[in-house]
Design a protein. Structure first.
Lengths: 813, 605
């Protein structure tokens, strides 16, 4: 269809068909006021403030919903329009508490702004004003419905975007209100406290409790940073006044989370100012911690570590780092350990995401999310198995919901009714442990009904012939008992997945602490290869990781067998490159893994351990666990953290670190996007950013490192890592996050992988048989997604029961 | 084999007058005489003349019995059924006839009526598909099946049928939009929500002739290409819902609904969706939301339902009465007949619900173009109690009043619009000098405020503020500025509301101010309600010359506020009087008058 010519306030403009009057006006820089308009909720049209005059139309027209028509002549501020807008404002003001003096929203309230613009200071109707009691029931925010103007944006977000469905319009007429059903308290509703309603409310009806009275909008400094919780890496604004974070809001319109958050990112930061923060280096003397200076602590560490190395050799030293640390910190840490002569470096990631990494390495030759999070919103079919995305990665939950709203099929296979089941077009209540059988059976159906993408198979894969033979044994009839599903159910699901032009698979089998399952990953990889759902947009295999920098910490080579970018220590050329860059001799033997050590296979090997931001005692069974015993038996233990954790309590030296909001650094999210995070507040006491601590420690070890700031560290790392080679702090600052592979300065980054070739050349079909290990229920997934810092978070703690159970309840129906 | 059929009116008006008890008594009498099997009793549709209910019409004798009581049944059975003699006592009597009238053709109420939509009501058993077919039912549908869908739309368009729900949009054109809309799946929806207070036109059609709606929807479905339909019927009409369910079952049994209907390869499935007590769900987009299981709130248009309606598919929504007209047009020669009635711009008939201060209340179906004078005096029998006609409210809470000066206005869509009223669903409330126009506006506005869905600011908040002003005016607290405020508020609400409810709810206020501004000013400036309705603003006063001292009022007064001996003129003690009006009802001399508060002389007309 051709473009449409219209006139707005005398200016002629040509726009695409389907453009609304509001959008056309905005293109011309004309500011039409809106309350209820939100780009995610296009057909609201409720508040009527945006009405404009259209020549020849009978009445005024709501510009936010009215599409333009050829030859339309529009007046956005005519007398008739202004009169109508004043009427709307006067009516709102007549039923609104005019307490702007103390209202938290003063200064960023749309009602206030428009009243100022149109000269409406009060109303003289003198009639009834609503007097509803505030809903103060929960730990996070206050609902004052007397200020609500019933624009309905919060309802739209809650119902359509998030799907919690905790609020809706209630009653009718003058007593119409917005709230939970039966006028329940929000605490008792299905609210998941994601904060989208608060972020979208144009007036002061919804206020975060912590923010109340703590600062005016103009007193606050906003810093963009990255949420430290899960591997989505939402972009957030930290609102700071007097060196304290008083509020967090999402960054609008970014390619990771758009303007969305979940309860963790929105409210999970009050631990930053906890009085229990570590502020000084501590050394244990006679079983008691004593505060010492940095020099004393670092010097002591060097002495002890060098002694262990002298006595037992470098292999007795191990570095354990965390999937929560920045890339810079992780890079330096593995550089330090390797510079001390051993490859015994690992992060806790190995334990939980090894199956995902190993599986993908085998099938594709590299291990990362094949596609981007945003692409999920446009896929045509989603297959969710052994996962609960709405709970573990809410942003993914939102995107799936959007895809379904746009017509995508949603196939869920799970023993439980997970979140999103209400949207599923196919729900397979399969028996735990039979996942691989199901997936193989689906492959069988796809081949039997010729739904595979043969062209893709022929051109891009190998191992198909053997796979085809093996999968012939998995006719759907033959797995009905094992899976507990009917033949029809399996067929329908297979068809739905295979017939879509682009389909995505989501599984979080890798986040399973109890020992996940590489078999399932391979089986799912087979499915994706079979249907050609790789190397194109809005398709792919999504195995999203738990912690925020799980991807990054692996990319940084904090792994026993590889250096940065998964370059293997066994390769001579690789070692030589790093030796040259670092001025050391890297051991060619791969180190031991955390799994090896903590599962007692190599427990007597390690005598000294440096642990960064990690708490194995808590994750592996508590103070009486084998893990705790192992740590207690070490000759020397150093722990760097922000709180005195159970693990830190066992250390010989504890070093106070800066938290995410207190340091600059990069994090790589699960879709391979490297994002730069800025500090917003100062670290308490003598706590320092991890990268600075390690650099300083390296100096004490006699290593000549020279970093002025984290940007230098990143630049060094990028020069050694092909996937990161084109990324720099300058580019990240200017362009925002970049997705690796980004091999050169002008490369735009890679939203989805394998467009041309797989990491290993051709994709590999593997034969997968037998049972999968039981995949844990929701609780463990939540724990995986919530870091230890949640336990220190007062607000999340107070409401932890309801936060977690709300997630469960909201998403189980 | 039955000897006679007795059609007992079981519709709204007669039910309230006790037709159930009459029917029970009739059955008892028949059983007493052991002759029940000889007579077919049908609790059927509405003959329209609610004022004289309960009504029983006897066929084939063609006798119209009215104002029946249970105790009349013994005479009816013995004298008429057994004895073969008409019971004159029970026939229609009134000041408009010289002798008791025997049947429809001699009852003046029916003289100017034309039964199109109500053609079967009161004549067929609503629960019999066979009787509907015998009267020509479903023939129009078979004729339509043999026509091209576009041709069906064209016939309806040429016949000039306009939507009877209120807006008066060309039905054929609306069908054409849906017919042309791209898409395989389309829907037909019947709006049977009938929310206007006091309206029961659609109810009578649904209860009295449900198959006519099915036939209308089938024809529509063929014309627009729909394979599924919904009848959205308000839950307050359980009898209508029951009759519709039976009708659908019967039609399915006869292969008139379902797959491959009559072998034409046409599939049509019909569902009933019950409303849940919301006036706003009569608005088409709110109705669709309700069928979809959502809260009944309107959506912005465009997109229009013809393009994107139920579940996002092209949908045609028609009112009950509109659909009931469709078989009449599509039957052989029907369109030509149809256009003979009515005016240039408004063809066909309209069913009106006559209510208020009129002698003959009830439903009437008249040709478009009939004047208000004819409706009130010929059909309606004139103003009750011999008072003067003041105004008629047309179109319920969305409509406006038409004053006595315009009594010769012909009733059709366009002339009503020009006069500041609307056709609406067909409610006509007739008013005399004892109706207060301020109170009338207040009454309608309190209805719309309660029914406002709350989505848009002008309607939700604006109706509340207008109502508060009207309340104050009727309590004597009004100020001159109030009229300006009402005017400007009403204009804003009309201009910027989201849906028809908001856009039309100021109409009663605007039209009463337009034609009866003096009444508003009297309320505000002189604290006087000359109609004697707003209790703070008038006194009752007994005309001392006319009073005969009969003590009827003294005895009627619940608070003993009237003094007076027999044969002496009575007097009202104003301090005690609550203005309940019991005295004025009882006075045989009509000598209790309305006066300003604290005034004795200067009586009202």
């Amino acid at each position: 269809m051709s473009a449409i010519n219209i006139k707005v306030d005398g200016i002629e403009i040509e726009v695409e068909p389907g453009t609304t009057i509001l959008q056309a006006a905005r293109q011309l820089g004309i500011d039409i006021p809106t309350f209820c308009y939100d780009p995610e909720l296009p057909s609201n049209g409720a508040c009527r403030i945006c009405v404009v005059e259209v020549e020849k139309a009978r009445s005024l027209v709501a510009s936010c919903v009215a599409p333009v028509a050829p030859g339309m002549v529009i007046h956005t501020e005519s007398e008739r329009v202004v009169s109508a807008r004043k009427a709307v404002l006067t009516l709102m003001v007549a039923n609104h508490p005019l307490d702007c003096i103390t209202c938290q929203k003063t200064g960023e309230c749309k009602l206030q702004d428009y009243c100022y613009r149109y000269g409406v200071s009060d109303s003289d109707f003198g009639g009834e004003v609503k007097e509803l009691s505030h809903d103060d029931s929960n730990a996070f925010f206050i609902r004052d419905m007397n200020k609500c103007i019933l624009c309905g944006v919060c309802v739209g977000k809650c119902q359509d975007v998030v799907g919690a469905g905790a609020i809706d319009f209630t009653r009718r007429g003058f007593v119409a209100n917005v709230g939970p059903p039966y006028e329940d308290r929000i605490e008792d509703s299905t609210c998941v406290f994601c904060g989208l309603c608060i972020d979208s409310c144009p007036v002061g009806a919804l206020t975060p409790k912590y923010l109340l009275g703590r600062g005016r909008p103009w007193e606050v400094e906003k810093t963009e940073t990255i949420c430290p919780y899960c591997s989505i890496g939402c972009n957030i604004n930290l609102h700071v006044k007097d060196n304290e974070v008083i509020e967090v809001t999402p960054v609008d319109n970014n390619p990771v989370n758009r303007g969305h958050l979940c309860v963790k990112g929105k409210f999970g930061w009050d631990y930053l100012k906890s009085r229990d923060r570590l502020t000084k280096p501590l050394v244990k003397s006679n079983g008691v911690f004593v505060e010492v200076s940095w020099g004393e602590a670092l010097g002591y560490i060097v002495d002890q570590v060098e002694e262990v190395i002298a006595r037992y050799g470098s292999e007795a030293l191990m570095g354990l780092c965390s999937p929560k640390s920045t890339n810079e910190e992780s890079y330096l840490f593995q550089k330090l350990i390797r510079s001390l002569g051993t490859n015994n470096i690992d992060s806790y990631t190995r334990h939980c995401h090894a199956p995902a990494v190993d599986g993908m390495m085998e099938a594709f030759g590299s291990a990362a999310l094949t596609n981007s999070i945003e692409e999920l919103a446009s896929t045509e079919a989603v297959f969710v198995i052994a996962a609960d995305p709405a709970e573990s990665h809410p942003i993914i939950g939102y995107r799936i919901r959007e895809a379904v709203r746009k017509g995508a099929d949603l196939i869920i296979a799970d023993p439980d009714l997970i979140g999103l089941t209400d949207l599923a077009s196919h729900y397979l209540s399969l028996k735990a442990g039979s996942e691989t059988e199901l997936v193989n059976a689906m492959a069988n159906v796809i081949l039997e009904e010729s739904l595979q993408d043969q062209a893709f198979i022929d051109k891009r894969t190998e191992g198909f012939a053997e796979f085809e033979k093996a999968v012939a044994d998995y006719a759907p009839q033959s797995v009905t008992e094992k899976t507990g599903l009917s033949e029809d159910e399996i067929r329908e699901a297979a068809r739905a997945y295979a017939s879509a032009n682009k389909a995505a698979i989501i599984s979080t089998v890798g986040i399973d602490h109890a020992g996940g399952n590489e078999k399932l990953v391979l089986a799912l990889a087979n499915l994706a290869l079979l249907t050609g759902n790789l190397g194109k947009e809005s398709a792919g295999l999504y195995l999203p990781y738990g912690e925020n920098n799980l991807q990054g910490v692996s990319d940084m080579g904090a792994l026993p067998a590889v250096l940065t970018g998964y370059q293997h220590v066994k390769e001579k050329a690789v070692r030589e490159k790093f030796n040259r860059a670092w001025g050391v001799e890297i051991d060619k033997k791969p180190g031991v893994s955390a799994a090896d050590v903590f599962e007692n296979k190599k427990k007597n090997l390690i005598k000294a351990m440096l642990i960064l931001d990690e708490n194995p005692v808590s994750c592996l069974g508590g103070d009486d666990s084998d893990a705790a015993a192992l740590l207690k038996n070490l000759d020397f233990l150093v722990v760097q953290d922000i709180f005195m954790t159970e693990t830190a309590a066992l250390a010989d030296v504890v070093l106070p670190a800066a938290a995410f909001a207190e340091q600059q650094g990069t994090y790589t999210n699960t879709e391979r996007r490297v994002q730069l995070s800025y500090p917003a507040v100062e670290a308490p006491g003598e706590a320092y950013p991890g990268w600075a601590i390690i650099a300083e420690l390296a100096g004490w070890f006699g290593l000549e490192w020279n970093y002025n700031d984290p940007g230098d560290i990143f630049a060094e790392m990028a020069s050694l890592t092909p996937q990161y080679a084109g990324i720099s702090y300058e580019r990240l600052t200017e362009e925002g996050g970049l997705q690796w592979p980004c091999p050169s300065d002008n490369h735009p980054g890679t939203p989805y992988l394998y467009e041309g070739r797989f990491g290993r050349g051709l994709g590999l079909f593997t034969i997968v048989e037998g049972e999968t290990a039981p995949v844990p229920g929701v609780g463990l997934t939540v724990k995986g997604a919530l870091s230890d810092h949640v336990c220190q978070c007062q607000s999340l703690n107070m409401s932890k029961r309801s936060v977690i159970s709300n997630y469960i309840n909201a998403n189980r129906r | 084999m039955y000897e006679k059929h007795l059609m007992i009116c079981g519709a709204t008006g007669c039910l309230s007058s006790g037709s159930n008890a009459v029917e029970e008594a009739l059955v008892e009498e028949l059983e007493k005489h052991g002759i029940k099997d000889k007579y077919r009793l049908v609790m059927g549709g509405c003959p329209g003349f609610c004022e004289v209910g309960p009504i029983i019409v006897v066929y084939p004798d063609e006798v119209f019995y009215c104002r029946l009581k249970p105790k009349d049944m013994s005479e009816l059975v013995e004298k008429h059924l057994v004895g073969g003699e008409i019971v004159e006592r029970l026939l229609y009597k009134g000041p408009d006839v010289d002798a008791p009238a025997r049947f429809y053709d001699t009852i003046p109420f029916y003289a100017k009526q034309k039964f199109n939509v109500l053609r079967n009501s009161g004549i067929v058993d609503p629960e019999s598909i066979d009787e509907y077919i015998m009267r020509g039912g479903y023939r129009a549908f078979t004729r339509a099946l043999n026509l091209d869908p576009a041709a069906v739309c064209e016939e309806v368009k040429q016949a000039g049928l306009r939507g009877r729900g209120g807006a008066g949009f060309s039905t054929g054109l609306k069908w054409e939009f849906t017919n042309k809309a791209p898409g395989d799946k389309k829907y037909v929806v019947c709006n049977a929500d009938e929310g206007d207070p006091g309206a029961f036109m659609d109810r009578s059609i649904l209860e009295g002739d449900p198959h006519s709606i099915l036939e209308g929807m089938l024809i529509c479905g063929h014309a627009v290409g729909a394979s599924e339909g919904y009848i959205y019927c308000r839950a307050e009409y359980p009898l209508a819902i029951k009759r519709l369910r039976i009708a659908i079952e019967q039609a399915e049994e006869y292969g008139l609904l379902g797959e491959n209907i009559l072998g034409f390869g046409y599939n049509f499935k019909l569902h009933i969706k019950e409303g849940a007590g919301a006036f706003v769900c009569g608005e088409e987009t709110a109705l669709l939301a309700s069928i979809e299981g959502k809260r009944g709130m309107p959506r912005p248009r465009p997109p229009f339902p013809a393009q994107s309606g139920l579940f996002g598919k092209p949908t045609t929504i028609n009112n009950v009465e509109t659909l009931a007209n469709v078989p009449l047009i599509l039957k052989e020669g029907g369109a030509a007949e149809f256009v003979k009635i009515g005016t240039e711009g408004s063809k066909g008939t309209k069913v009106f619900a006559l209510a208020g201060k009129i002698r003959n209340t009830g439903l009437c179906e008249v040709p478009m173009g009939i004047t208000i004078r004819e409706i009130i005096y010929d059909v309606g029998g004139g103003i009750k109690g011999g008072r003067d006609f003041k105004a008629v409210q047309a179109g319920g809470p969305s409509g406006g009043c038409i004053p006595a000066e315009q009594i010769d206005l012909p009733i059709d869509y366009d002339s009503l619009n020009e006069a500041g009223a609307i056709m609406g669903s067909g409610g006509l409330v007739v008013m005399d000098e004892r109706t207060c126009m301020v109170d009338l506006a207040r009454y309608f506005l309190s209805f719309t405020q309660k029914e406002s869905c709350g989505k848009c600011t002008p309607c939700r908040e604006g109706t509340k503020r207008m109502l508060e002003i009207l309340n104050r005016i009727s309590e004597g607290q009004g100020t001159p500025r109030d009229l300006d405020t009402l005017d400007s508020l009403a204009a804003s609400i009309k201009d910027s509301s989201l849906c028809g409810l908001g856009q039309t709810c100021p109409n009663p206020v605007l039209s009463t101010i337009r034609y009866f501004k003096n009444e508003y000013e009297e309320h505000i400036n002189e604290h006087y309600c000359r109609a004697g309705v707003c209790k703070e603003l008038f006194n009752y006063w007994i005309d001392q010359e006319k009073c005969t001292g009969c003590t009827a009022c003294v005895r009627a007064c619940p608070v003993d506020a009237i003094e007076g001996e027999k044969k002496e003129p009575h007097e009202i003690i104003q301090e005690l009087c609550t203005r309940c009006g019991s005295c004025i009802e009882k006075c045989p001399q009509d000598c209790i008058l309305i006066t300003r508060v604290g005034s004795e002389a200067d009586v009202s007309n």
